[in-house]
Design a binder for this molecule. Structure first.
Ligand code: GDP
Length: 605
């Protein structure tokens, strides 16, 4: 076993800055991280989308290796022990982790695709960074896509640009200018890093290509420079523990472990830790403190070193008993004395409850479950954006109790008797109960698939309900009989009509309001231009067949009503409700106006 990892703590006692990479989807966050750690996480991710958080230690010698081509960058100036880069799971979780007040990130890389410019998530990220006053650099990524670009990752990016031919230079200049302008519009002064007049008030742009490697050394150097200039005080190592749980995972040989970001303070083997769990706070002892080998991403299997003590800042894996129900996304505490345990349990519980309370649920909606608080929040963010209401939420596996809660919706609105489970286990007896009760459980490993599944389900559900209510939901219509088109006067009545307003469908009961609402029968078929149709809109002439209402005496044209009479759909409270509930969008504004008129005529309250 190794002794304390003191090489990460230098004489002046600064800790490694925690770096976050953020930006719009597809602009290259994952690829940049990949390039930095020279592993390939991207292909291994479910659906290619980064969903969970990991961290990479880039120790000083790692920085050195990656920046050797950078002119004027002097490693000996570096007084902190390398970088700790967090692999952000899309920026929602970053925002949520941050919004809970854990000042996880010291510094950020904002990735902007040079061919795309600023996009919605870029702007959101900028707002977040501004709000938190987090210093950042912009990676002007995908520079290899610049017209006729010639790559040379072995050189400083400034030289690579100098060596470009005219067309590439022009294209690069034009795109860069546009992005600087767009950043100005967001209230940011920005400049290419070598033209930056004042790094305190201008954000630096570093052209990069995560594919070819152009500018990657400059990016690392720039991040280090910025840390050096802006963070010295903040990076002073403090013994006060600041530690956030990022992930809960089962690892062969270690059981359930938690991945944490230790931002400040230190963790020791045997420490009593307190953290949030799905069944209340967990108190346990650290069995082992594990670190991945340098430059290996924490998620890559195996290859851990064990430590007796670990100082900040590092991504650490903790093995201990009773971590199965741990919740990620919240702070971890250490009790140094027994009498602190209860107090810290309270703190942990309060933090978790506050986080859950801050999530507002609706009275009617689906039930949402996820493996971590961050994932839950990211999921809810997605549902909010897609107008999916939720009435219940929980972090943890789907158990019978969850099914029972979701089943409560069967009474109110069966459409919402659904559990959307993201990256959690569905217990067997819970699934059995769900099947018995008629609760639908969707379980997926990516947010987008889960969203798609639900959207499909709702579409299908609505269609099934429409089918069910088709005969009850009477569309409003007002018809004029065409005097020259009376083909049969009785049982069935067959005649031509003009749809004066509304929509006429087969199945519609018709009556004559002027004759005290004589119900003349039900439209059983229609022809337009000698072809069968189900529906005729305003202005259309159709030939209709009207059969008597079962059990009623057949009505006769000329006796029970006249050719001059107007025919209308026979509506009722029940039919109006069915239209409102299931066919709202099938009727236009003027159709609804006609419905209101008929309602008045029929004196429906
Ligand atoms: P993220 O959603 O921001 O994490 O984006 P990814 O890293 O997954 O990248 C999205 C796509 O852009 C992938 O197909 C990458 O291979 C590609 N990509 C990323 N960086 C670069 C780059 O510098 N140059 C080029 N040509 N493609 C890139």
């Amino acid at each position: 076993r190794k002794e304390a990892n003191e090489k990460n703590l230098q004489e002046d006692n600064l800790r490694a800055p925690v770096v976050c990479v953020l930006g719009h989807v597809d602009h290259g966050k994952t690829k940049i991280l990949d390039k930095l750690r020279r592993t390939n996480v991207q292909e291994g991710e479910v659906g290619g989308i980064t969903q969970q958080i990991g961290a990479t230690n880039v120790p000083a010698h790692g920085v050195q290796r990656q920046t050797h081509m950078v002119k004027g960058f002097d490693m000996s100036n570096l007084n902190f022990p390398g970088l700790l880069i967090i692999d952000t799971p899309g920026h929602e979780s970053f925002s949520n982790l941050r919004s809970r007040g854990s000042s996880l990130c010291d510094i950020a890389i904002l990735v902007v695709d040079i061919t795309q410019g600023l996009e919605p998530q870029t702007v959101e990220s900028i707002d977040l960074l501004k709000k938190r006053k987090t210093p950042f650099v912009v990676a002007l990524n995908k520079v290899d896509r610049v017209f006729e670009w010639e790559s040379n990752p072995a050189k400083d990016i400034r030289e690579v640009i100098k060596l470009q031919k005219e067309p590439a230079k022009n294209d690069f200049d034009r795109r860069t200018k546009e992005i600087i302008q767009a950043l100005n519009e967001q209230g940011l002064n920005a400049a290419l890093f070598w033209e930056n007049p004042n790094p305190r008030s201008y954000v630096s742009l570093v052209p990069t290509s995560a594919i070819s490697g152009d500018g990657m050394g400059n990016l690392i150097a720039m991040v280090c420079d910025l840390c050096q200039q802006r963070l010295n005080k903040r990076l002073m190592f403090s013994e006060e523990l600041q530690c956030t749980v990022l992930e809960v995972k089962t690892i062969q040989g270690h059981g359930t472990t938690i991945d944490v970001i230790l931002v400040n303070g230190r963790l020791r083997e045997g420490d009593t830790i307190i953290l949030a769990g799905t069944e209340g706070p967990i108190v346990t002892q650290i069995r082992s403190l594990l670190l991945p080998k340098p430059l290996k991403e924490i998620r890559v299997k195996g290859q851990y070193d064990e430590f007796k003590e670990i100082p900040a800042a590092q991504g650490v894996k903790i093995a201990a008993r009773d971590l199965e129900k741990a919740i990620a996304g919240l702070n971890l505490q250490v009790a140094y004395h027994d009498d602190e345990v209860d107090l810290l349990k309270d703190d942990v519980d309060r933090e978790f409850k506050a986080a859950m309370r801050s999530i507002k649920v609706k009275e009617r909606g689906v039930y949402v479950q996820a493996s971590t608080l961050g994932a839950l929040e990211a999921l809810l963010e997605f549902f909010k954006a897609n107008s999916v209401p939720y009435s219940g939420i929980r972090v943890g596996p789907v158990v019978k109790r969850d099914v029972m809660k979701a089943a409560a919706m069967l009474e109110h609105d069966p459409m919402y008797a659904v559990i959307l489970a993201f990256d959690v286990k569905v217990e067997k007896d819970a699934q059995e109960l769900a099947d018995k009760e008629g609760v639908k459980i969707f379980s997926e490993e990516t947010i987008y698939h889960l969203g798609d599944c639900y959207v499909e389900y709702i579409k299908d559900f609505k269609k099934r309900r429409q089918d069910e209510f088709r005969s009850v939901a009477v569309f409003p219509s007002r018809l004029k009989i065409i005097p020259t088109a009376i083909f049969n006067k009785r049982d069935p009545i067959v005649l031509g009509v003009t749809v004066e307003s509304g929509i006429l469908r087969t199945g519609t009961p018709l009556c004559v309001p002027s004759k005290e609402f004589v119900e003349i029968g039900i439209v059983t078929s229609m022809e337009f231009d000698h072809k069968n149709v189900d529906l005729a809109k305003k202005g259309v002439d159709v030939c209709i067949k009207i059969e008597p209402v079962p059990g009623h005496t057949p009505k006769l044209v000329g006796r029970h009503f006249e050719i001059e009479d107007i025919l209308v759909s026979k509506i009722s409270r029940e039919s109006i409700n069915a239209c409102k509930d299931h066919f709202r969008d099938d009727l236009s504004k003027t159709d609804w106006k006609l419905m209101a008129e008929l309602k008045k005529e029929f004196q429906i309250l």
